[in-house]
Design a protein around this ligand. Structure first.
Ligand code: BG6
Length: 488
């Protein structure tokens, strides 16, 4: 099938034989191709130094990418036509003349050029310079993967250098959480329904929890992770982005800057963390050995690539406040961790109880007046209310109204990367992080990073397969609340 708007594109993938290309980018491009969403004349240019020829690269794609696209049965005809889109350029980053070869190799290819840097961040600036040296920064978009820097200073250094070569509207900074269908739905829920908006404020909301919990450990990324930690890996980006979408004011339209301006306002309104208070509002933990789904798993310090005396956090829980009229005084509890009891990402909005209960004390109890937005797995929106139990008397119990998206919309779910890549190709910036958002997020996390780097106290241990250190629950208890799974 041909896209209705076939203006073509040339998608140049640096790091074309890397893990991200293999697992995410090429499978997402294939899926977009298979479902007819890519312009027929669009080309994908694999750039790497490992393979010598296009045939060898196609062989690599067949061996390594195909297994990641065939989960629901591979459409062989679509796969064959997908391979026809692929061009290959062998390139060694240290050889300036290879960029001339790249320029000449793609000179006749159609449409807008997208340069996707699926490489380590240390290569972002050299690649941008090399592209500019052969004039390839014109009529082009550049996609940068996280992590973009290690702290505010290093992220600014990359952004400054890239910004000298590409204008901000040419730069697409990926946070793959923004491409997830449920995150899009959060915008739809908030700004498509009049029902929630009047309640979405301090007068009616008691507290909000945002959790991204993983069962997996650091897997093969011990080296990277040990120098990163959960605050940089998950909080600075994914969790703060989710928070900004939950808390933002209604944008005047869905155009990219209207949405990003509102998110930025939230990030700038985050109450700065006073270093002296960090132990009251931030908990960091590190997983030890334990059991997950019946399987014994090792502790973090014995994972491959991790220093045995590592003090890197694999768990973070935070209490965050937003200093504006809508949210003043409402605690937002954020939490993420590896090797936790379940894989789940969800947002819990706890509304205040009724101000006076004519129906007795059960009408004031926790567990009702709550909206749970489950982002993954099994995207669901669940509204908890109180209802009368059948029979004599006025006994109330907590019931819920559910919207399970996969039952309502049986098809059409799109993977985050597919959506984001289509957005890059089509020039839609709304789901990409603007530089000022990134800066505001780094500024806010930096006092915590600094304090944790300076303190002699190690992260608190937690057994794999649990919900993190006890201090995380204690932090909520101080505010008279608890994490969702701790109720009852
Ligand atoms: C990545 C982190 O950005 O997000 C990983 O680097 C993490 O450590 C992953 O596992 C989680 O993403 P998802 O989509 O599986 O929830």
């Amino acid at each position: 099938m041909q896209s209705p708007n076939d203006s073509g594109f040339t998608f140049v993938l640096f790091g074309a034989t890397g893990d991200l290309s293999m697992r995410k980018i090429l499978p997402a491009l294939f899926e977009a191709h298979r479902s007819g969403m890519l312009a027929a004349s669009g080309k994908i240019v694999g750039v790497a130094r490992h393979e010598d020829t296009r045939d060898q690269y196609l062989q690599w794609v067949n061996e390594h990418v195909k297994p990641h696209v065939s989960k629901n049965g591979l459409d062989e005809v679509a796969w064959a036509s997908f391979l026809e889109r692929i061009v290959y350029v062998k390139l060694d980053l240290s050889r300036a003349e290879d960029f001339t070869t790249l320029r000449d190799g793609i000179a006749e290819l159609p449409g807008i050029r997208v340069f996707y840097l699926a490489t380590g961040p240390s290569l972002f600036v050299p690649i941008c310079h090399a592209l500019a040296s052969v004039g390839l920064n014109q009529n082009a978009r550049i996609v940068l993967e996280k992590p973009l820097g290690y702290d505010l200073k290093s992220s600014n250094a990359i952004n400054d250098a890239v910004g000298e070569i590409f204008a901000e509207e040419q730069i697409y900074r990926i946070d793959h959480y923004l491409g997830k269908e449920p995150v899009q739905n959060l915008l739809a829920l908030r700004f498509g329904n009049a029902l929630f908006e009047p309640l979405w404020r301090r007068e009616w909301v008691e507290s909000i929890q945002i959790t991204i919990a993983e069962e997996l450990g650091v897997e093969a990324r011990g080296d990277f992770y040990d120098n990163t930690g959960a605050l940089r890996d998950m909080v600075q980006n994914h969790l703060l982005q989710l928070l900004s979408i939950v808390a933002m004011e209604p944008p005047h339209s869905m155009d990219s800057d209207s949405v990003r301006d509102e998110k930025l306002r939230v990030l700038r309104a985050l109450k700065p963390i006073n270093p002296a208070d960090i132990s009251k509002v931030a908990v960091r933990g590190q997983y030890h050995a334990g059991v997950i789904r019946g399987q014994q798993v090792p502790g973090y310090a014995t994972e491959h690539g991790v220093k045995p005396d590592s003090r890197t956090e694999t768990f973070v829980a935070l209490k965050v406040e937003i200093e504006n009229w809508r949210w003043a005084g409402v605690p937002f509890f954020l939490r993420t961790g590896k090797r936790l009891a379940d894989r789940v990402a969800e947002i819990v909005v706890n509304f205040r109880p009724v101000p006076h209960s004519a129906l007795g004390p059960t009408a004031l109890r926790a567990g009702s007046n709550r909206l749970v937005i489950r982002l993954q797995p099994n995207e669901t929106i669940r509204l908890y209310c109180l209802a009368k139990q059948p029979g004599e008397g006025m006994n109330l119990s907590s019931v819920h109204l559910d919207l399970a998206f996969d039952q309502f919309f049986r098809e059409g779910q799109m993977e985050a990367y597919q959506r984001l890549l289509l957005d890059v190709i089509n020039g839609r910036l709304a789901l990409f992080v603007r530089r000022d958002e990134q800066e505001a997020a780094w500024k806010w996390v930096e006092p915590i990073l600094n304090e944790w780097a300076a303190t002699p106290r190690p992260p608190k241990p937690y057994a794999s397969g649990t919900w993190g250190p006890a201090a995380s629950s204690a932090m909520l208890a101080q505010h008279g609340t608890c994490w969702l799974e701790e109720e009852n």
